[in-house]
Design a protein around this ligand. Structure first.
Ligand code: NCD
Length: 311
């Protein structure tokens, strides 16, 4: 396995399978009365979040605690960056305190790559701008695998604000490595630039016709409309967005009975996803969150445990 986890491309298909298999064992810890393994005793991890987060940050923190690592939580606000210190100086100071691992979320695509070139510790990307969010794709695959078994030949339809989504970018890479078929749907304004060449390279298909894709799906993954990253009007009105791209009660009828519904959160209920879809029997949205802790435990274990330490 690579030293850092910056992109899904840092992992081979065998690495992904290994991480997901270890996560199955880690998940058991979550259901114990005493949620504690000694695996990362003596290791120190900093969670450095320059963007807001509930699930990713919370699950990394819990994963570190349950593996007995010592952790430090920092936000961009509240650090000396606001006094004009450079990002490099800030992380070099944390490194000087003896940090072994950096879990970082940053609003700029590629920031973690840059940080990895500066520090000697392990860097885990918890979301960089619109680029990648590898642990999210891993936990999505974990959740799908738990429900469906092997993902080889399964069809995943991803619909939403693809232009701004790092979850989408990591997912197409991860799902391709696991042998799944992926089709993606968005309105023209929320399709990333260069989607044509990109789809050819990474082996997925794209369209603007959600109704046509839904019946093929083993999994429908809905992505959030990222209003905070939008400078102008990317669609005329919420009503029109819902009509074309919302997972509405009508569209639930188009889904196969055994198909799953995923969403990485946070959800805009009533926009990209209806409450009927989010809270219905086919939704695995909270399973994604639960599996997210196990997957992050597994990633931390694989990247930070020393030789001879077992899960
Ligand atoms: C996503 C993110 O931050 O990239 N959320 C998450 O990590 N669960 C998706 C989003 O913000 O819409």
């Amino acid at each position: 396995m690579n030293k850092h986890l910056l992109s899904i491309n840092d992992l081979t298909a065998a690495d992904i399978t290994q991480i997901l298999d270890t996560a199955v064992q880690m998940h058991e810890v979550q259901h114990r009365d005493i949620k504690k393994l000694p695996t990362l005793r003596g290791r120190t991890v900093v969670n450095f979040f320059f963007e807001d987060s509930t699930r990713t940050r919370g699950s990394f923190e819990l994963a570190e605690k349950w593996l007995s690592a010592d952790s430090l939580n920092m936000a961009g606000k509240g650090s000396s960056l606001s006094k004009g210190e450079s990002l490099r100086d800030t992380v070099m100071n944390l490194q000087a305190m003896g940090v072994d691992g950096f879990v970082i979320r940053h609003m700029s695509s590629g920031a973690q790559q840059q940080i990895a070139s500066w520090v000697s510790g392990v860097v885990i990307n918890a979301g960089d701008g619109t680029h990648e969010h590898p642990t999210q794709a891993l936990l999505d695959a974990y959740t799908m695998r738990r429900e469906l078994g092997d993902l080889d030949g399964r069809h995943v339809v991803i619909c939403g604000d693809l232009r701004h989504s790092r979850v989408f970018r990591s997912n197409v890479l991860c799902l391709a490595k696991l042998g799944a078929t992926v089709s993606v749907v968005a309105p023209p304004t929320l399709m990333p630039d260069g989607i044509r060449t990109w789809a050819e390279r990474d082996g997925f298909t794209w369209s603007h016709d959600f109704d046509a894709e839904i019946p093929k799906a083993d999994v429908v993954m809905m992505l959030r409309v990222q209003k905070e990253r939008m400078s102008g009007g990317f669609f005329p009105t919420p009503r029109e967005y819902i009509a074309g791209f919302g997972l509405t009660p009508r569209r639930l009828e188009l889904m196969r009975d055994d198909a799953l519904i995923c969403h990485p959160g946070p959800m805009n209920r009533g926009l990209e996803i209806s409450s009927d879809a989010a809270d219905g029997a086919r939704s695995v949205i909270l399973d994604q969150v639960s599996g997210g802790v196990a997957v992050r435990m597994s990633v931390l274990y694989h990247l930070l445990a020393g030789e001879g330490e077992t899960a």
